[in-house]
Design a protein around this ligand. Structure first.
Ligand code: SAH
Length: 353
């Protein structure tokens, strides 16, 4: 595979064009074309000869959309293909205030959570910063014309990002940080870090490192249990890091960034959503500057875990609220299109084996 040009910042592109004997302003044209989601060869402001030189070293198309599914509720799901044929998925959720895209950070995942489809075949490889960015660029390009953006040039339809696709973002730390710097860059897509949520299964040392980056992101931790023993049954990572260590790292994150943090809690029938669990969760989190997002389990056919009823989900939410926690039950969207992490890729690989 050749290199990925979307890995480069504007400054790095300037160095590159000068090295290739072009004038510096060509870097800006190249950058603008890439930020509009174009392939190298589709950027009309550059000469054919220069583009061919670039394509000797860099992939012309870093990413392609292989399949698109549109849900009855408007949610779109994409199966992306990278230059080496690897597949990941992404989701676009349309809200009144803007479009939120869910991006993947790895092909597969090695965290092994029992309810998750991304981890079924283990980790295949990390994505580069440019491959993560190219997911946003290509989806943004598709929808640019639909949104009157506040950016004079109407360049941005995607306003919010969640790093909740396949992969564990903090297990691909350097590339994810580079992606975050590039996607928030003023001359580029310029998505505010405050509109980006990074979700982790709780890799504690990397949570400290993230707090020190000085990026005002929304940090989200997948908790799913109220004690280490229960947690280890569904999340193998719980054997490496205790909930008490995770809470300490969250406290540090809050002190460093001033931002409250979030917990994801997926409701699994018979596992974590009875009255005793609600009480334990309240005891664990009460008084902390955090918010709890309850998620209904999206049942994965390769896994045996079961979702709860709506009634039980609302009862659990009620108990948390009564106990004084700030919590919401995520509206379930896109279920008819295989909305859960890794489901689309898994079923595609199945079909094509
Ligand atoms: N690796 C990161 C990002 C993963 S996905 C993390 O662990 O946080 C984002 C969220 O979806 C996580 O909270 C994850 O636990 C949850 N999730 C994964 N599969 C799910 C499923 N089938 N149903 C409901 N939630 C799921």
């Amino acid at each position: 595979m050749k290199k990925i040009i979307q890995d480069l910042s504007l400054e790095e592109l300037e160095t590159l064009v000068l090295e290739l004997g072009e004038k510096k302003f060509r870097a800006k044209q190249l950058y603008e074309g890439l930020m509009q989601g174009k392939s190298i060869r589709a950027i009309s402001s550059l000469s054919k000869a220069f583009k061919e030189t670039l394509c000797e070293q860099y992939e012309d198309e870093a990413i392609r959309i292989k399949e698109t599914y549109v849900s009855a509720d408007g949610t779109e799901k994409y199966l992306f293909e990278f230059a080496d044929g690897n597949l990941v998925e992404g989701v676009l959720m349309k809200y009144k205030y803007g479009y939120t895209q869910c991006v993947s950070t790895q092909v597969g995942c090695r965290m092994g959570c029992k309810f998750c489809a991304s981890t079924l075949g283990g980790l295949v490889r990390n994505l580069t910063a440019g491959e993560i960015l190219s997911q946003v660029l290509i989806v943004n390009a598709l929808h640019r014309s639909e949104v009157k953006s506040g950016l004079g040039d109407g360049a941005r339809a995607v306003t919010n990002l969640v790093l909740m696709g396949s992969g564990e973002p903090l297990d691909n730390y350097a590339e994810v940080i580079k992606f975050l710097k590039n996607v928030t860059a003023a001359g580029g897509l310029n998505i505010s870090a405050r509109n980006i949520s990074l979700s982790t299964c709780g890799l504690v040392p990397k949570m400290y490192a993230l707090a020190n980056e000085g990026l005002p992101l929304n940090l989200t931790v997948s908790l799913h249990s109220t004690n280490d023993e229960d947690r280890a049954r569904v999340m193998p990572v719980a054997k490496a890091y205790k909930i008490s260590e995770i809470l300490k790292a969250c406290k540090y994150y809050f002190e460093k960034t001033g931002r409250r943090y979030y917990f994801e809690y997926t409701l699994i029938d018979g596992e974590n959503c009875d009255e005793e669990h609600a009480k334990a969760l309240v005891a664990l989190l009460k008084g902390l500057p955090c918010h709890v997002n309850l998620i209904r389990l999206n049942e994965v056919k390769e896994r045996t875990l079961k979702s709860t009823s709506d009634k039980a989900a609302y009862r659990f939410l009620g108990m948390l609220e009564k106990g004084g926690l700030s919590a919401t039950l995520r509206r379930q969207i896109g279920v008819d299109i295989g909305g859960a992490c890794g489901q689309l890729r898994a079923s595609y690989l199945d079909k094509n084996e």
